[in-house]
Design a protein around this ligand. Structure first.
Ligand code: HEM
Length: 492
């Protein structure tokens, strides 16, 4: 391994140390908004379009206001890296996500701060180790087989509904225990209320959750029902006897129960985290799969390329096979670029910081938007086109670039021009799980089915996640040579 070359401070060849220019004290551009509302009316009209326009017109750091909350959209990849990685300890998740999501996620991993967050993340780590995630490969493939077997040749299906059922079943079986399956309706009702509550097309979605709008009241009622259901599941698991320690558990709920037994978290945190994983790991994956299937339905040649690649495996894929599937990986990574399931997420500086050469005060909202950066033509040619080839160097046949972590796509671009899973210490803990799930599901479906587009013009809206505005219809054709035609599907 190469040793980094060091030079003495008095080395005459050493380039003079460059002091960064003083930050611009007047702050980032502030194109303004309406009195009282700030930019809420523009966000409500189309939040994703608003972000894209602000970034294209005013550059990598630009101010906007949500009522009287000072907010900054950061779309310069170097500044994003600074927030998430280099200066991560100068930021918190902050008040805004807490006031909007606290009733749902409580003090679980997603919203926890400081030492509390560190302890929780350490306690849960083992559930996401590579070997453990590989064990979830079985349910990921089985549920995709069942999905394929439930369709007849020529059926028109809503990819989003199917992907949502699929992702829920996988999460239930692998992370929370299949008992959660019987509570499907309570989870579905709560998920629907979350979507409604965070639908940015409603001005009221920008208000804190305690404001008694009808959507907020419904949301609070359904979230309370969900939390009480989860409490029951936790009590049942505990009564059945917890594992000896978090690493000995066979699923995430077991890890959490064991962590509570050894005093790493109390019962409230345990419930907070079960809800956190249900939400953080269910809709995001479902949307990733929806967009992958939609994009492949519209790209018949690339769909065929992926099918040939997975057909060559001779059987449904195992997690270790994914290393040999560059086209499959490219199909998923490119769908997550074009339609990142998490369109934006937020931070709050705990002290004044410099971002993109501007001074940004403490206590404001810093918005990081994968949607905006992934569609920036400075980093991506033809950014609104689905072009999975951009992830493959010519004739890629070797091990996949980005088997463990996504990318990089071919070509020169800054690291944070692509960050569907966030970055730095708080990057998505479920990233390995999700990338494995999306690839195994897509491979298993394509071995049995050909996808044809029915919905031709996908439009999306910003809720808590990037949701399709309507059904995402695809027509499925069962393949003559499909494994389903010769074997009976596994319905065990
Ligand atoms: C395609 C699927 C997914 C996408 C695009 C995604 C995206 C993200 C992003 C962008 C973050 C960072 C948020 C921030 O920094 O504020 C995040 C965090 C998180 N994700 Fe995911 N996620 C996905 C799947 C999953 C899955 C399957 C799970 C669990 C099984 C999960 C659990 C979490 C949790 C618990 C956090 C908070 C981590 C922390 O703060 O330490 N995610 N995710």
């Amino acid at each position: 391994m190469c040793e980094p070359q060091t030079r003495a401070a008095d080395d005459p060849d050493r380039p003079p140390k460059r002091t960064p220019p003083d930050p611009d004290p007047s702050g980032p551009p502030n194109p303004g908004g309406l009195p009282l509302l700030g930019n809420v009316h523009e966000l409500a009209s189309d939040a994703l379009d608003f972000y894209e326009r602000r970034a294209a017109t005013h550059g990598g750091v630009v101010r906007y206001d949500v009522f009287d909350t000072e907010s900054y959209l950061v779309s310069d990849p170097a500044a994003i890296r600074r927030v998430l990685v280099d200066d991560h300890d100068r930021y918190e998740k902050g008040e805004m996500p807490r006031s909007r999501l606290g009733g749902l996620l409580g003090g679980g991993l997603f919203l926890a701060e400081g030492d509390d967050w560190r302890e929780q993340r350490t306690a849960m780590r083992s559930a996401f180790f590579r070997e453990r995630v590989a064990e979830y490969g079985g349910p990921m493939v089985d549920h995709a087989r069942r999905t394929a077997a439930s369709w007849d040749d020529g059926d028109v299906v809503d990819a989003c509904d199917a992907a949502t059922d699929y992702a829920f079943a996988v999460l239930a079986e692998s992370l929370l225990g299949s008992d959660v399956e019987r509570e499907r309706e309570t989870v579905r009702a709560a998920a629907e209320s979350v979507t409604e509550r965070f639908d940015t097309r409603r001005v009221t979605s920008f208000l804190p959750e305690w404001v008694p709008t009808p959507a907020n009241r419904r949301y609070r009622r359904r979230v309370a029902a969900l939390r009480s259901t989860i409490r029951t599941l936790v009590a049942e698991r505990r009564a059945a006897g917890p594992p000896a320690n978090p690493a000995a558990a066979s699923d995430l709920l077991g890890t959490l129960v064991a962590a509570a037994e050894v005093g790493a978290m109390d019962d409230d945190r345990l419930v907070d985290n079960a809800v956190t994983f249900l939400f953080a790991g269910h809709e995001t994956s479902a949307l990733g799969l929806t967009y992958t299937l939609y994009c492949l339905a519209h790209s018949p040649a690339f769909q065929e390329r992926v099918r040939n690649e997975v057909a060559a495996l001779g059987a449904d894929p195992e997690p270790t096979d994914l290393r040999e599937c560059p086209a499959l990986t490219a199909a998923v990574d490119e769908a997550l670029r074009l339609y990142p399931p998490v369109h934006s997420f937020f931070r709050e500086p705990t002290e004044p910081v410099t971002l993109g050469g501007y001074r940004v005060p403490a206590g404001v909202v810093v918005t990081l938007s994968p949607w905006t950066v992934h569609r920036d033509e400075r980093w991506w040619d033809d950014p609104t086109a689905y072009r999975p080839e951009r992830w493959l160097s010519d004739g890629a046949t070797g091990p996949v670039h980005g088997d463990e972590t996504p990318g990089p796509a071919v070509g020169e671009r800054p690291e944070y021009a692509y960050f569907p899973f966030g970055g730095g210490p708080r990057h998505c803990i479920g990233m390995r799980f999700a990338r494995q799930e999306l690839r195994l599901a897509t491979a298993t479906l394509l071995r049995r089915l050909r996808l044809e587009p029915v919905t031709t013009d996908l439009s999306v809206r910003a809720s808590a996640n990037t949701r399709p505005a309507g059904p995402v219809r695809v027509r499925v054709h069962t393949l003559d040579e499909s494994p389903g035609a010769t074997e009976s599907p596994d319905t065990s």
